[in-house]
Design a protein around this ligand. Structure first.
Ligand code: NA7
Length: 484
């Protein structure tokens, strides 16, 4: 008997964590005509790009994984980056996603033809798809600092996401710019292992020292032997984070306790002058709270010097602050990412010639984080206002991917041909977002990559589990639906 279901053609742009997640869910649902267009030569997105010393995830590994591919073999509570990368590669291999990836393929343009999306790649090839899903990541485009003379530096200089492993740092004076999660991890790994480490801090960040114990072989065996226990551990880790989230988001006892705890941990810094330099004047979590097992020990290592004077310029041999040159041999730029590029620089042209650039002239906006009015059968993973503040991006991706899958399944059953969110529903949603944001910790006055071009945090202003409720199923009353 022939399959009564229609077979959709689906292009996923990007084969990082979220693209792999959606690809896996589609294939598991029996949807075969799926391609992942990946500009790089390898899978894994962020976990492929970032290989700097000390890299780990700041969300416990038991939670930072997909529910449909639990890994009993995590080695640490916060496992290292290479292990996380290997995990995503394994998921891609085991689910068949890896076979659907076209590597070295950059999408240049995605244009609505009137009946489908025509996707053009940099090799000049165009192909048509019924659905296009952007899974291009949020922390993908390195942000290089605009510091005078940066290009004149004579030694090796690289961004943290473009680590040059050919440079032996052991006998070098290393200048490290940036004290976000990345800078803190790099400093913790390099302190004591290089000749000198100069850390250039513009703003102090709050750091929560949390231990990172190794899981014993017996624990791993138990997880392998009893999948129910493995599942329980995932949900326990998730529950722990989710139960704290609402209280941490809004003013109250829990936030006061967090502030007290972070301040107390700062007392590990013996020198009062250094402690003062490391004390932020914003609230913990206003910027992403940094989780680190050993930063406060590392920064007190005799090989480390903290420089807090503003960087004036960079010379061929060092970094100048307040007229003083600090000689360094290597420069590491842990200066973060452009977290607001989303789908771009790819050109997206919808019906009537509407471009995404035009639709987003006042900043990126998405219906419930996943879709944009004017662009039918187009979805995003990790789109604007996703709940990315100190939460597992794997869980967000899975929620969004399941939502996309719901729409695709309906298309297969012939329930519609095209669907796009209405402008009214999207505006209504943003009125709710705007009303809720001022009451959150992100609006307590600090600068961070959370802030969009209008200065407002581009985050989800409710507890992250609310995101799952919000995307539990498609709402026809909030979509323009053309019947199939
Ligand atoms: P972040 O958190 O954006 O941190 C970037 C750091 O770089 C931050 O300390 C910045 O100082 C500093 N920075 C940026 N530009 C400059 C210039 N021009 N001069 C001096 N210092 C500068 O990026 P990360 O890579 O650490 O972390 C990104 C996310 O990855 C993180 O939140 C986790 O989710 C994983 P600032 O503090 O703004 O004054």
């Amino acid at each position: 008997m022939s399959d009564p279901l229609r077979e959709p053609r689906i292009a996923i742009i990007g084969a990082g964590m979220s693209g792999i997640c959606l690809g896996a869910l589609l294939l598991r649902a029996g949807i075969r005509d799926v391609v992942l267009l990946e500009k790089n030569q390898d899978l894994g997105g962020t976990w492929r790009d970032n290989s700097y010393p000390g890299i780990a995830c700041d969300v416990p590994s038991r939670f930072y994984q997909f529910t449909f591919a639990l890994n009993p073999d995590w080695t640490h509570r916060y496992s290292p980056g290479a292990e996380i990368h290997a995990y995503f590669e394994k998921v891609a291999r085991d689910t068949g996603v890896a076979d659907r990836v076209r590597f070295g393929t950059t999408v240049v343009e995605t244009r609505w033809t009137g009946a489908a999306w025509s996707v053009t790649t940099d090799d000049g090839v165009s192909a048509e798809y019924d659905f296009v899903v952007s899974a291009t990541g949020i922390l993908h485009h390195p942000r290089y600092p605009n510091i005078e003379g940066l290009d004149s530096f004579a030694g090796p200089a690289f961004h943290s996401a473009r680590w040059d492993h050919s440079v032996d740092l052991s006998d070098k004076r290393v200048g490290l710019i940036g004290t976000g999660s990345t800078g803190v991890q790099i400093l913790s790994a390099l302190a004591g292992n290089v000749d000198r480490l100069l850390l250039f801090q513009r703003t102090p960040h709050w750091v929560m020292q949390l231990a990172n114990p190794e899981f014993r072989p017996i624990t791993r065996r138990l997880h392998r032997r009893f999948p129910a226990y493995d599942r329980f551990s995932y949900h326990a880790a998730r529950k722990q984070i989710e139960s704290l989230s609402p209280a941490l988001l809004h003013p109250g006892k829990t936030r006061r306790f967090l502030t007290w705890l972070c301040r107390r941990q700062l007392n590990k810094i013996v020198d009062p002058e250094l402690r003062a330099k490391l004390t932020p004047d914003s609230q913990p979590m206003c910027r992403r709270l940094i989780i680190s097992p050993g930063y406060y020990d590392a920064i007190q290592d005799p090989t480390v010097e903290l420089v807090t004077d503003r960087i004036e310029r960079i010379t061929p041999t060092g970094v100048v602050t307040d007229g003083v040159e600090h000689p360094v041999d290597v420069l590491v730029l842990a200066t973060g990412f452009d977290a607001h590029a989303y789908v771009r620089p790819m050109r997206l042209v919808g019906p009537g010639g509407l471009t995404l650039e035009h639709a987003w002239a006042d900043g990126p906006r998405a219906y419930r984080t996943v879709a944009v009015p004017g662009f039918p059968n187009f979805f995003m993973l990790m789109g604007p206002n996703s709940p990315v503040g100190n939460y597992a991006l794997t869980a967000i991706a899975e929620t969004q991917a399941n939502y996309v899958l719901d729409w695709v399944q309906r298309w297969r059953r012939g329930e519609f041909t095209t669907a796009e969110p209405t402008a009214e529903a999207t505006d209504r949603y943003y009125r709710e977002v705007d009303a809720a944001l001022p009451d959150t910790v992100w609006a307590t006055g600090c600068d961070s990559w959370y802030l969009g071009q209008n200065g407002k945090p581009e985050l989800f202003p409710w507890a992250p589990e609310q995101h799952k409720v919000m995307l539990a199923q498609p709402r026809d009353d909030e979509f323009h639906i053309v019947a199939g």
